[in-house]
Unconditional design. Sequence first.
Length: 370
Amino acid sequence: MQQEVIKGISMFSSAGIAETYLEDLNIDIRLANELIEERANYYCHFYPKVDMVVGDIMSEQVFNTYLEKAKALSPKFLLATPPCQGMSSLGRKDYEADQRNYLIFAVLKVIDELDLDIIAIENVPKFLKLFFPYEGEVLGIVDILQRKYSHRYIIDPIVVNAKDYGVPQSRPRAIIKMYKPSYKWELPVAEKEITLREAIGHLPSLESGEKSDIKYHYALKHSAMHIEVMSHTPEGQSAFKNPVYYPKKADGTKVSGFHNTYNRMHWDLPCAAVTTNSGMISGHNNVHPGRLKSDGTYSDARVLSLLELLIVSSLPTDWNLPQNYKEALVRTIIGEAIPPKLLYKVLSTISVINPSSEEDKDVQHVNHIK
């Protein structure tokens, strides 16, 4: 039975990458919030019908504006990705000085004021291990949620990896699921991993600065030193392992770096986790796997093209970017966001328990996975 459209809101929305496929689940986001205007502009480009509140949600005026609009909508779904620093241990003394640590409490204030059915709080896995001041104590976020909302919601924190759910990228994310007892929300069934070869192996090779006639498939331009060292670095290895062609400064001295920098990916594994600096060869696991050439060097001495980045991040290959998009910003917002297909798969298992069914067997799925 088809589920009616669920009205939703989002907080800390950035450019809305996480929301890419929510419409396919009949989740209609009506209201969003983003601190940085440039990212909010991208969001408005992708979702022109959504009401965007731009500004610091910790500001009383911005928060009250957002909450007033949310109350008028009577939403049933909330998606939030608060960029919280938190405390990594109980001994930190500088917690109160960093306002980022309190962003999660803006989410809780919204939950307090609305009659939401389903809440997804999404972040990096270490978010579940951070501590926050609450009622004179220092508690983990799940403990705080249990204390505040266990009478209203089932609270189920999970850590899922995108590579297990149809995304060709190893990207673990934490999702705190909160939902009323009238719902079921199960973990999706894990799927076979998709390798880089399967995901992008069909695309033509590109060298530094080269363009193709395929939309978004062009190579960023890299320095001569980067091209040289990566041309002599095989699949799955770092240029630091090469005794001759290793990263050098202008004076010839060796550049310092970690073992996974200046590093080519593996063809037969999912892509390494995409980060905000995916456009830098010196970043972590950013370099295309390459192909052995007849002269003994390796092709594709470059980072992934934007098209390849879209594919491994489960974004549409014909993504409707603004005409004059800034690639550095696009790579940053992709690196910050949960791969949208992962969120889609997690949310797709939500079911409404039919109260007329004595054995709770009759459920309405939000939608079926296509």
